[in-house]
Design a protein around this ligand. Structure first.
Ligand code: HEC
Length: 98
């Protein structure tokens, strides 16, 4: 019985970890262009995203995915945003935005 309780709690713990998105881990690939805290204009083109609100970052990332947001370099960001889930977008926006 003890073993079963242990196994169950391990499985539940694993699921919880998989569901909670880690914004810091996700932002690592973004940091190359945007800087570790989003403090750089990426490729000299983008806004300083750490100065954007959480809602604006979410709107921008969803917009790059569906083609409704962006300026001259939006093709770069379409590729970056394409595979992000809504939960991952929220995690990133919460970490970087105001
Ligand atoms: C290869 C460099 C590069 C990488 C990597 C990158 N970006 Fe960008 N990002 C850009 C550029 C360039 C722009 C401006 C695009 C445009 O013209 O709309 C931009 C724009 C943005 C914007 C909107 C800012 C604005 O100017 O309106 C957000 C938010 C953003 N990026 C978030 C991210 C996130 C989150 C990631 C990681 C998943 C990421 N970026 C990865 C280059 C990059």
């Amino acid at each position: 019985m003890k073993k079963m309780i242990l196994a169950t709690s391990l499985i539940l713990g694993f699921c919880a970890a998989a569901m909670a998105e880690d914004g810091a881990a996700l932002f690592k690939k973004c940091a190359a262009c945007h800087g570790p805290t989003g403090e750089k204009p990426a490729l000299g083109k983008s806004k300083v995203i750490k100065d954007m609100t959480k809602a604006d970052i979410e709107k921008a990332l969803i917009g790059y995915q569906d083609g409704t947001y962006g300026a001259s370099s939006k093709a770069v960001m379409k590729g970056q945003a394409a595979s992000l889930t809504p939960a991952q977008i929220t995690a990133i926006a919460t970490l970087i935005g105001k």
